[in-house]
Design a protein around this ligand. Structure first.
Ligand SMILES: [Zn+2]
Length: 691
């Protein structure tokens, strides 16, 4: 426990025992609760030192311990960690939600705005304004009656999101495509055919059964030569959770979407916002729905010519090579895959030979050193290892000879680890009097482990390399902060649509010829990546990028427009609002899409990101952050590699080190000397128009 809560040095994970941590968590909650009571007491002066400092100390101890539990559950899954998580989830969640709704604390924080130790410090002003904003968004300023309504709406929304997901899942599982004629399987990869045979056996059927789950669906849509088979599975998939779903309307999400949207609009109006979109943007970098719509429209107008060219190209190929006179919804993925193979195929396995993990790490650390003057040194592994698994490596992060943080890399997949890649904040930077608490980042990936007994290191695909650079970018944002107040240091308090700036920024270096030369080393020949292979990889990267971008814009516009334009008045039924949602989808498609899906396609009924996830009026963030990161990287391109250190230093000073201590737009503009431009992203995607 104490080893986990240390302020410097390495937090030790080796001694964490899920069987004994439970009482510690209870104690930390009780302590935080006691501190809360003390800071809200009338006699406690409204100053940062008397309110925020002790409250942050208490909640940080709980937050850090709970995040370690969560981390261990994600990387060392076991019944004991699950038991601990499940047994404490409710009390921990309840503590945070009570804290966020404590009116006494809200009043105390409002009084903090005029405290001398806040007024003198812009960083603290920013942190305080974030907290007050979150209280207001949670309904803290409403009358008791309205608060009650707001709380009921919140609870109902949580329920509806759950129903939306369940409908979608049930509808996905409700239909299958049964193939009894083996000739229809032509083109489908063997692993997918074998899985379909297994699925049929499981259902006590002969032949093959394809489900609407991605791993079964995609191979059919991408590879099946038999067009009616593609059509059959496409139709079932495209009508899921709708009134025309294969299994009937029982799982129709249309009224659920309508009610969700109504409640979101009513909550926004209750808080004095014009729309749910406006409310969502209060905590984001974009300021108004019109700004987002304008941004998307500008991108769309630039991407459309390329998308049209992509489509014309695909049509021509489909006609001449595949004998498809028309290109239907169920032909797009198939024809695209055939075209990709015909034009851009290279062997992933061949590429992988050039990327042994030690060479990639050397390359990555080299880039970071060049850009930011930071050195990353492996810690001498003492005994017992401070980490949770023998595969994990600990590193010391140094700048100017000074230790500024620590990093754990846990890179190989194993059965006890959750899939994907992510960065966890294990400890954030904070100054406490004379003492400086240094940040610790945990990077988790799922790369293939080295073959046992081969004596050879693991090799990465180029996608793996990009993933590693991406997560490392999040890590740098967390580790290189210079902010002293935990509330806004590192990634804390950074606007939601700006969080991916440093991570996507780092990805760019994986596409630099010189950088790749330095970080590739064929495992047999030691040769660096050859130029022709590199060019093939780059061409494949931008394959159909116009179509892809336009599709992302279509989803984003749909999302922001339904949350800003549909009023959802009190006399409208959920079904009516559901129809309004559909009308906007059709209008967006007409406006931006070059591939208009068939009329029966019910995309919205399956759009979990915005109806059941956290992306409502925020789906545009993907593109928004890409624009920022591409434009930030363009500053390096413009200056050229010899000036990387200078530009890197400025990027560090103005963006990375600032965390959430000031608005992301201010940080970006201070670095770039102007507002963000969409042009570099278009250029990187091969979408820049010839002058
Ligand atoms: Zn990310």
């Amino acid at each position: 426990m104490n080893a986990l809560l240390a302020q410097s040095g390495l937090p030790r994970y080796d001694g964490l025992d899920p069987k004994t941590l439970g009482p510690d968590i209870d104690r930390l909650i009780a302590e935080a609760q006691a501190v809360l009571e003390a800071v809200v007491a009338p006699e406690t002066p409204a100053t940062w030192a008397a309110v925020m400092a002790p409250l942050t100390t208490a909640t940080e101890a709980l937050g850090r311990t709970w995040s370690a539990v969560h981390h261990m559950g994600g990387v060392m899954d076991s019944p004991d960690w699950r038991d601990l998580t499940n047994s404490k989830l409710e009390v921990v969640t309840a503590f945070w939600s009570h804290l966020a709704q404590d009116r006494r604390l809200f009043q105390k924080m409002k009084a903090l705005a005029s405290a001398a130790d806040v007024l003198a410090d812009p960083t603290r002003q920013q942190a305080l304004s974030n907290s007050l904003r979150d209280f207001r968004l949670g309904g803290a300023e409403l009358s008791a009656k309205d608060q009650d309504t707001f709380a009921r709406q919140t609870a109902r929304l949580a329920q509806l999101s759950q129903v939306f997901s369940e409908h979608l899942l049930d509808s996905t599982n409700a239909s299958v495509v049964h193939v009894s004629d083996a000739e229809q399987l032509e083109g489908i990869p063997a692993h997918a055919v074998a899985a379909a045979a297994e699925e049929a056996r499981r259902r006590e059927l002969t032949g093959h059964v394809f489900t609407l789950q991605q791993p079964s669906l995609m191979p059919v849509l991408q590879f099946a030569r038999h067009r009616p088979l593609r059509e059959a599975i496409y139709r079932k998939h495209a009508t899921r959770a709708s009134e025309i779903a294969q299994e009937g309307p029982a799982n129709d999400n249309t009224p659920i979407m309508g009610e969700i949207l109504s409640l979101r609009q009513r909550q926004a109006r209750l808080l004095g916002f014009e729309s749910a979109a406006q409310m969502s943007l209060v905590s984001k970098m974009a300021s108004t729905p019109d700004e987002v719509i304008g941004f998307l429209a500008a991108l769309a107008s630039k991407a459309r010519p390329s998308a049209q060219a992509d489509l014309a190209d695909l049509r021509g190929f489909a006609r001449e090579t595949l004998g498809l006179e028309t290109l239907e919804g169920w032909d797009i993925a198939y024809a695209s895959e055939q075209l990709r193979q015909a034009r851009y195929l290279f062997s992933e396995d061949e590429v992988r030979q050039y990327f042994p993990l030690p060479a990639v790490l050397d390359g990555l650390f080299g880039v970071v050193h060049t850009l930011f003057g930071v050195s990353i040194e492996a810690m001498s592994t003492d005994d017992p290892s401070p980490a949770w698994h023998p595969d994990v490596e600990a590193f010391l992060v140094k700048r100017g000879g000074e230790s500024i943080g620590h990093l754990y890399l846990d890179l190989y997949s194993r059965s006890t680890k959750r899939g994907g890649a992510w960065m966890d904040d294990a400890r954030g930077r904070r100054r406490l009097g004379q003492a400086l608490q240094t940040p610790v980042a945990l990077l988790t990936c799922n790369f293939s482990a080295p073959a046992p007994a081969s004596g050879r290191p693991s090799t990465l695909t180029h996608d793996d390399v990009i993933t590693l650079f991406h997560e490392f970018g999040h890590g740098l944002h967390h580790l290189l902060t210079q902010v002293d107040d935990l509330e806004v240091s590192g990634i804390n308090g950074v606007e939601w649509d700006a969080v991916e700036l440093p991570s996507q920024f780092m990805e760019n270096f994986c596409w630099e010829w010189e950088t790749l030369q330095a970080m590739t080393r064929h495992q047999e020949t030691n040769a660096a990546l050859p130029r022709d292979l590199f060019e093939k990889m780059k061409a494949a990267k931008n394959f159909q990028s116009g179509l892809f971008m336009l599709r992302q814009i279509e989803f984003s516009l749909f999302d922001i427009r339904i949350h800003s334009e549909i009023e959802a008045t009190a006399d409208q039924s959920p079904e009516e609002v559901g129809r309004d949602i559909d009308a906007i989808l059709q209008s967006v498609r007409k406006e931006v899409a070059v591939i208009v899906p068939p009329a029966f396609n019910r995309f919205a009924q399956g759009f979990g990101h915005i109806f059941a996830g956290g992306y409502a009026a925020g789906y545009y963030s993907y593109k928004w952050a890409e624009v920022l990161s591409a434009d930030a990287y363009a500053a390096f391109e413009e200056a050229g590699p010899t000036a990387y250190s200078d530009v890197g230093q400025r990027f560090l000073n103005e963006v990375l080190s600032r965390g959430g201590s000031r608005p992301a737009l201010v940080s970006f503009e201070s670095f770039r000397g102007r507002a963000p431009s969409i042009d570099p992203l278009l250029r990187h995607n091969g979408l820049a128009q010839a002058a």
